[in-house]
Write a protein that binds this ligand. Sequence first.
Ligand SMILES: Cc1cc2nc3c(=O)[nH]c(=O)nc-3n(C[C@H](O)[C@H](O)[C@H](O)COP(=O)(O)OP(=O)(O)OC[C@H]3O[C@@H](n4cnc5c(N)ncnc54)[C@H](O)[C@@H]3O)c2cc1C
Length: 385
Amino acid sequence: MKYELGHQDIRNAVTQLCRDFPGEYWRQCDREQAYPTAFVEALTDAGFLAALIPEEYGGSGLPISAAAAILETIHYQGCNAAACHAQMYTMGTVLRHGSEAQKQQYLPGIAEGRLRLQAFGVTEPGSGTDTSALRTTAKLEGENYIVNGQKIWTSRAEHSDLMLLLCRTTPRDQIKKRTDGLSVLLVDMRESPEKSLTIRPIRTMMNHATTEVFFDNMPVPATSLIGEEGKGFRYILSGMNAERILIASECIGDAKWFIEKASSYANERSVFGRPIGQNQGIQFPIAKAYSQMRAAELMLREAIRLYEAGENPGEEANLAKMLAADASWAAAEACVQTHGGFGFAEEYDIERKFREARLYQVAPISTNLILSYIAEHVLDMPRSY
Ligand SMILES: Cc1cc2nc3c(=O)[nH]c(=O)nc-3n(C[C@H](O)[C@H](O)[C@H](O)COP(=O)(O)OP(=O)(O)OC[C@H]3O[C@@H](n4cnc5c(N)ncnc54)[C@H](O)[C@@H]3O)c2cc1C
């Protein structure tokens, strides 16, 4: 297949690295719901997770198109970046809104991989889609914020030193706009006193190292506040275009993996004395998924182009995420169907990738919420919630 590519050197290097992590490696991690430590270490050592950190803080200072190429290639090679993709971009909030002292303190360690900032505590049991309803509080007492509450789906918390935490610093009845009164704390989880922070893993349909996190009078130094108190919601939103672009890249990689698997099996597998790929009932879903993937890829490139030009591509980044997630899901479905019974056998890796691909319809943002963003912010229709 012929794709429009950029950053070919990076793609080649990532492809080479991924060869050391074949299907059997991922199957074993998946079976044990184990963290893919060796894979994450290899990516860290090669410097790929520091792609977006500016050179002055020890990273490679590459543009987002390079990070997108890294993540797309990981997924195209049948691997899964979900265990560590947040190490690449969660630091963006510190970079954009942190003080110079905070950047000096944390970014070089994150760039080296000595410090892991890949836990992002926003979702709560009572507030997923409606972030402004979150109830975790941080109250300033002397030199510390005292944090109480609970987060859920805090992925990689057990494999992170730091957590970017969104919590309420002004009670809801004392604010004018519902998105006010929320603040971002950069929590050093290694320093949380015992019992003030509890992390419990959640087993999920795919191997994702996700957890629920409980805060019980957890002290966090006031110096850990990122930016200004009360403006946290805006800070979190400001990283969303980058996240959408990077997740869309992973979906494009997944779609390519499924499409290549499906088309090659369709050529090989013979039933009724001819390749199954000769049947249009087999060809068309694969061809359709391919066309969806190419269209999503073009939208992604447009989102990246605008992002790198310093614009705010909210529409394009959201569309790219939604179209790419839909393309990867269509490709996953076509791939399973093409493989018949073998699509369900672990050793083909298809069922694992199928489970992994399903997540992107829901997280980090659900398709419905993207549609409602487009309806409201692009098409000027009334807000529905
Ligand atoms: C494996 C996994 C990893 C995750 N990792 C993280 C993480 O690291 N950090 C973090 O903070 N969060 C994380 N999340 C949470 C994720 O972002 C949320 O699950 C997601 O935002 C949806 O929230 P919810 O699950 O509470 O669904 P709900 O808000 O309860 O929504 C349920 C369904 O209703 C739909 N819905 C809700 N309101 C509307 C509306 N107005 N119009 C139309 N449809 C609507 C939603 O789209 C969804 O399909 C993760 C989730 C999963 C499953």
